[in-house]
Structures are given as structure tokens and as C-alpha cells.
Design a protein around this ligand. Structure first.
Ligand SMILES: *[C@@H]1O[C@H](CO)[C@@H](O)[C@H](O)[C@H]1NC(C)=O
Ligand SMILES: *[C@@H]1O[C@H](CO)[C@@H](O)[C@H](O)[C@H]1NC(C)=O
Ligand SMILES: *[C@@H]1O[C@H](CO)[C@@H](O)[C@H](O)[C@H]1NC(C)=O
Ligand SMILES: *[C@@H]1O[C@H](CO)[C@@H](O)[C@H](O)[C@H]1NC(C)=O
Ligand SMILES: *[C@@H]1O[C@H](CO)[C@@H](O)[C@H](O)[C@H]1NC(C)=O
Length: 632
């Protein structure tokens, strides 16, 4: 594995070097016929800013000059934002008025030119600019008689392809994977294996074979031997698919938290909608619910009393919440920890509280016998015995709906779900998050909340808003409860993979249908849009739909067919608290971060973030081999 680590590091370095090479990502053709073709592009990249293009406006119209305004295509019902004043042309010199602005290239833009005097929109252009491109917008009259104005967009220099680094990184990882698989297959050939083992320390051979195959003495469940044990029948075999799923979410989460190459789709959505970054947290919550079902079941079967288990649950939630508050407040450069600005909510805090509620709920109503229902509704035997839990969850959800839609918020419309700022045509700038934001500001205080919500950039909202706030925790409990249901299903049908898989499919479909109705299959127009900041109920149903389907696939590949061991996601998945805390604490240390040559290059950011993420996978693999797991 050390070799693999070296390989990854080498490949990462090569990736970085290649992508930094000037001109690689510059489309051939226009411009710069100098001695070195790519030099001009490299120069431009160094001077340009990430995700921006240069737009020169040439105004050939006489006075009074023009106003240029723009609106991002991802900004729903937004006001146009003033960009620049373009002076009129000087008719005696026959010189056009010019202005130059930087425009965003992440989303399509609508440009609006209006006359600075009088009420006239001259033209409206919709265009998706490309990164580091150089464009001109020429405004002139077609004919003087009837004052028809034409606006033409001209590409002076083409943009670079911002997505090439992703393709490149993908190919690198596919290459590594192919090498590892080829190595595995080679090791299957006896002569090769014997030769390799002889080359290595002969005394280590025994140990290696044992750990590779899972030595029969380990009580732990990590052995790979394909004995047909059932993980829930008391043999304590882990559900590998669950660790794999958790690891997958964790790896994406680490990558996204490290910056995700600064691509917008690896960052959180500014308000409604979904990006890659929005997927992982609810999956985490879901998996936690599933683990609760499995862990509580085995704890009680092994004879712990309910009180003892409850004490353990409370202790674990307390540790999680405390850890979360520590991790989320890195005040090392601000002098002594400033209590006035201590952020209270956060990811681990929400996980801890959700765990407390869902685990206690399960402990309270868990039943050893469920036979009474079996006769009457065999199809619902994993639901009906737990009706008190369902009533509790429905009541919680009703509370969420009532608070969200009925709570009067001062100066804001009732049931407001928008981002505030310049959204909703700027009518409610201070209403970010509606009731959810209001409750947090009221109970926690503005200073104890997250200060830079994802709506701050595109919607220009200025209110603090916490995406891990109080009201959203209700829906994260619902999410964990759906995960708990997945766990109950696996316990209930322990030796019947077909039953388990058909249940997962049904749950996935039901959740998908609910989401489709709630959102009307649209991003913005639904009754309740999908929203990560609010943790809206449609977000929960959509994410649990994905979670059921994904878990189904992984379960089939890893636990049923055993076609895939779950590597490499299995390793971080079995050490999730350590990896999560570690990646946050060491985020600014070498080798997870280093000073970049060109901080405006996606390629460099992507290289850095992928290297850091890969390192955490390798670290968790080493810990796995050493059987070190941080459990709380
Ligand atoms: C055009 O430019 C000349 C020379 O700079 C200047 O004297 C004149 O006032 C300008 N005319 C207008 C309409 O701005
Ligand atoms: C031109 O557009 C700007 C930006 O949207 C706006 O503030 C201004 O009122 C408009 N002017 C006219 C005359 O319509
Ligand atoms: C953009 O293109 C225009 C017209 O070709 C040129 O005059 C200008 O120098 C270019 N700007 C940059 C920053 O390359
Ligand atoms: C104005 O003149 C141009 C060119 O002569 C012509 O194409 C256009 O249709 C005219 N527009 C109107 C509104 O008359
Ligand atoms: C929004 O809040 C800011 C700062 O607290 C305040 O200056 C502004 O007047 C508020 N706007 C509205 C519409 O209430």
C-alpha cells in the first residue's frame, strides 16, 4: 500500500505539472502567433480571475450613454445588478465610448443595456461566458431613420475549457484503479504470489497472509472470508455495504469541504436546487439511522439493559455535540476564543442531536416480538409494529410544516422560503430563510450562527443564516428515521436479500413520488422546493429516495454478490468520526494544503483537493490495517 501511496502522490504531482503547463487547456486557433503559442493564454490566465471573463463594451451611440446591468441565470426572480456605465461616443472624434467589466462564467448571464436617460431598454442578451475569455459587446445604430439599435457580442479570444482538469483527474483515477486491479489479478497467480512473498521479508509473509485473509482469531468482523454468515444473527458480521456507503459520502464530503476544485457544482447550491455538495450530509444522517437500528438491536440482544443503552446514547450525543462545537470554531488566529461569536450549530452538533432523538425513540419503542401483526398485514410487518414511532415522526413533521408556513415573521411574508437579498425582486432582503432563519436569530442570536450562507454570493443576502439551524433539525430527524427504517428492513429480512432489495426499491419509489409531487418536478416552482439550507421536507424525501436506491446497489454488489469489497470507501467508512474531525482540524496543514502557484486555476485547486482527499483515504486504510478505529 505504501507503493500505492507513492504512486498516488507521484500521479498527483504529474497531474499538477501537466495541468499547469501553459496552453494545454487553450483551444488552438485565434490569437498569439508568437514564438510560444500558449504563452499569451498563460499570461491571460495569470491576470484573469477564476470563473470570470472580460467583457469590453463599445458604445457607438451618441449621448447620453448606457447602463449595463446583469442577472445570473441561477438567480431566481432576481433584480438586475448594475455593472458599469458606458459613456457615449464622441462624434467629433468618431471614437466610441468604452467600458470593461468582469463577468461571471459559472452560470448563463442575462445582460441588459438601457439608456441612462429615459425609460428605454435597448437590448437584452443571454449568454454563457467562458472562463478567461475576452469578449466585446458592440452597440450601434442600424439605421438613423428609425433608431434601431443592434448589440453584437464578439469573441476576441476564446475561453479555456474549465472542465478539462476534471476529465484528466477522472482518467488518472481510472488508471490507478486499473493498476490496482491488475495487481490483484497478478497476485492470484500462485507463482507470482510466492515470488513476491519471498522477495518481501519471509517472516512477514505469514502475518501478511493472515491479515489479508482475515485471521480466524480476530473477533472483529472485517474478515473477507466468504462464509455465509449473516451479520445480524449474533455473529456480529458487519454490513459492509453500510460502511461502504458511509465512506462514499464521507469521501465526497471531505473533497467538497476542501473546496471541490472551486467548481460551483462541488459547492453548495446558492438556494434552491441540488449540487454534488448537497448530497452527502443527508446520506450521512440516513446511514446513522440505519446503524442505530443494527447497533441497538445487537446491544439489547447481548443483554444490555435499556437504561445502560440510554446512558450510552446520551453520552455519545454529548460527545458529538461538544466535538462539533470545538471543530466548527477554529479561532486560532483571532486570539482567545471569543465567546460572543461562538457558532453553536454545525454538522456534528446536528448529527449528535439527531442521534439522541432517533436512538432514544428506537430504544423506547423497540419490540422483541412482532408476531401479532404478522398474520393480518404481512406486507407491512416492518412498519405497523412501530406505529408509535411513526406517530411521533408525523407530529414532528407537522410541527415543521406549521412553523415554516404559519409562524409570523416580522417584516416578512408568512411562509416565506426564499433567500432574501436580491431574490424575489428585492422585496424581502432581510428575510433569508423565512421562519427557519427567524427562529435561529431569535433563540441563538445572530452572532452565534453561520455568517456566510451560500445565498450570500448570488443572492447577495446579508443576513446571517445557519444551514444547520434549529428548525431543519426536525427534518434531519425524519431523514435519520427513514434510515432507521432501512436498518429495520435489513434486520427483519435478515437472510432474504430479495425481500430487502424489493423493500428498498419500494421505499425509494415512494420517496421519489412524494418528492415529485412536492417539487412539481421543478427547481423553483414546487410547493416546497428542494433546499439544503432549509432542509426542506422535499430535500429529505429526495435524498432518502437516492439513499435507498444507492444502498440497494451497494448492498447487491458488496453483501449479496460480493463482487466488490467496498474498497476504498470501506476504510474511511469504518473510521468516519476520525476522518471527519481530522480533515477539519488539519485542513490548513501540509500536505493537505500548500501554497499554490496560481490561486486562480481550477486545475491547481482540484489537484490539491483531490490529493488531500486521497490522503485521508490512505490514512484510513493504514488505520484499518492496524485495526485502529475511533469510536465514541
Ligand atoms: C470629444 O473629444 C474632444 C477631444 O478630447 C473634446 O474636446 C470634446 O469635448 C469631446 N466631445 C464630446 C461630445 O464629448
Ligand atoms: C436601467 O437599468 C438599471 C439597472 O437595472 C435601473 O436601475 C435603471 O432604473 C434603468 N433605467 C431606466 C431609465 O430604465
Ligand atoms: C481583449 O481583446 C481586445 C480586443 O482584441 C484587446 O484590445 C485587449 O487587450 C484584450 N484584453 C486582454 C486582457 O487580453
Ligand atoms: C429600422 O430600419 C432597419 C434597417 O433599415 C430595418 O431592418 C428595421 O426593420 C426597421 N425597424 C423598424 C421598427 O422600422
Ligand atoms: C435590512 O437590514 C439592514 C441591516 O440590519 C437594514 O439597514 C435595512 O434597512 C433592512 N432592510 C429592510 C427592508 O428592512
Amino acid at each position: 500500500m505504501a507503493a500505492a501511496a507513492g504512486l498516488v502522490a507521484a500521479v498527483a504531482a504529474a497531474l499538477g505539472a501537466l495541468l499547469m503547463a501553459p496552453g494545454l487547456s487553450q483551444p488552438d486557433g485565434q490569437g498569439a502567433p508568437g514564438p510560444r503559442g500558449g504563452a499569451a493564454a498563460a499570461e491571460r490566465r495569470r491576470s484573469g480571475r477564476m470563473d470570470q471573463a472580460l467583457l469590453l463594451v463599445r458604445n457607438e451611440l451618441p449621448a447620453p450613454g448606457l447602463n449595463l446591468a446583469a442577472r445570473s441565470g441561477s438567480c431566481h426572480q432576481c433584480l438586475y445588478q448594475f455593472l458599469a456605465f458606458v459613456p457615449p461616443s464622441n462624434e467629433s472624434l468618431r471614437k466610441p465610448g468604452t467600458a470593461s467589466v468582469m463577468v461571471d462564467t459559472q452560470h448563463p448571464l442575462t445582460l441588459l443595456l438601457n439608456s441612462s436617460v429615459g425609460d428605454r431598454d435597448l437590448c437584452k442578451i443571454q449568454y454563457h461566458f467562458g472562463e478567461f475569455g475576452n469578449y466585446s459587446l458592440v452597440v450601434k445604430t442600424l439605421s438613423t431613420s428609425n433608431q434601431t439599435v443592434s448589440c453584437d457580442l464578439i469573441i476576441n479570444e476564446g475561453p479555456i475549457n474549465s472542465y478539462l482538469p476534471i476529465l484528466f483527474a477522472f482518467l488518472v483515477y481510472v488508471g490507478i484503479l486499473a493498476l490496482l486491479i491488475a495487481g490483484r489479478l497478478l497476485m492470484k497467480i500462485d507463482t507470482v504470489r510466492n515470488w513476491v512473498y519471498k522477495k518481501l521479508n519471509p517472516r512477514a509473509t505469514d502475518r501478511m497472509i493472515n491479515s489479508e485473509l482475515g485471521s480466524p482469531t480476530t473477533t472483529d468482523s472485517i474478515n473477507c472470508d466468504p462464509a455465509p454468515q449473516s451479520w445480524s444473527s449474533g455473529s456480529r458480521q458487519r454490513l459492509r455495504s453500510l460502511d461502504t456507503f458511509r465512506g462514499l459520502s464521507l469521501v465526497i464530503m471531505v473533497f467538497v469541504n476542501y473546496g471541490g476544485g472551486k467548481y460551483w457544482f462541488f459547492k453548495h447550491e446558492s438556494w434552491n436546487g441540488l449540487t454534488v455538495a448537497d448530497l452527502v450530509f443527508p446520506w450521512f444522517v440516513f446511514i446513522m439511522g440505519t446503524s442505530i437500528a443494527l447497533a441497538l438491536g445487537s446491544m439489547l440482544r447481548w443483554g444490555s439493559s435499556k437504561w445502560k443503552v440510554l446512558r450510552k446514547i446520551i453520552w455519545r450525543s454529548f460527545v458529538l455535540i461538544l466535538l462539533g462545537i470545538i471543530v466548527v470554531n477554529p479561532n486560532y488566529c483571532l486570539g482567545p476564543l471569543s465567546w460572543d461569536n461562538l457558532r453553536i450549530p454545525g454538522v456534528l452538533q446536528r448529527l449528535g442531536f439527531t442521534y439522541l432523538v432517533v436512538a432514544a425513540l428506537e430504544l423506547l419503542f423497540t419490540r422483541a416480538d412482532s408476531g401479532t401483526w404478522e398474520g393480518r398485514f404481512p406486507a407491512l410487518q416492518d412498519i405497523l409494529p412501530y406505529w408509535p414511532q411513526w406517530i411521533f415522526i408525523l407530529v414532528l413533521e407537522t410541527i415543521w410544516l406549521c412553523l415554516t408556513f404559519l409562524l409570523p415573521v416580522p417584516d416578512c411574508p408568512r411562509g416565506y422560503l426564499g433567500p432574501g437579498g436580491i431574490g424575489d425582486f428585492g422585496k424581502y432582503p432581510n428575510c433569508t430563510g423565512g421562519a427557519a432563519g427567524y427562529i435561529d436569530r431569535l433563540l441563538l442570536g445572530e452572532k452565534h450562527m453561520y455568517q456566510h450562507p451560500s445565498s450570500a454570493v448570488i443572492y447577495q443576502s446579508t443576513m446571517p443564516y445557519d444551514p444547520e439551524g434549529i428548525l431543519g433539525t426536525i427534518n434531519s430527524i425524519v431523514m435519520a428515521f427513514l434510515g432507521l427504517q432501512a436498518g429495520k428492513i435489513t434486520l427483519f429480512y435478515k437472510d432474504q436479500p430479495k425481500q430487502i432489495m424489493s423493500r428498498f426499491t419500494i421505499w425509494g419509489i415512494v420517496m421519489g413520488v412524494i418528492s415529485a409531487i412536492l417539487t412539481k418536478c421543478s427547481k423553483e416552482e414546487g410547493f416546497i422546493p428542494i433546499n439544503k439550507n432549509l432542509w426542506s421536507i422535499s430535500y429529505v424525501t429526495t435524498m432518502s429516495c437516492f439513499a435507498f436506491i444507492l444502498l440497494l446497489l451497494i448492498y447487491y454488489l458488496v453483501d449479496v454478490k460480493k463482487w466488490w469489497s467496498g474498497a476504498p470507501f470501506l476504510y474511511p467508512g469504518m473510521n468516519s468520526i476520525l476522518v471527519y474531525t481530522g480533515h477539519q482540524v488539519f485542513a490548513n496543514y501540509f500536505p493537505f494544503k500548500w501554497k499554490m502557484q496560481d490561486s486562480q486555476s481550477h486545475a491547481e485547486h482540484l489537484t490539491q483537493n483531490l490529493t488531500a482527499t486521497t490522503l485521508w483515504v490512505i490514512i484510513s486504510y493504514i488505520l484499518y490495517r492496524k485495526r485502529i478505529f475511533w469510536k465514541i
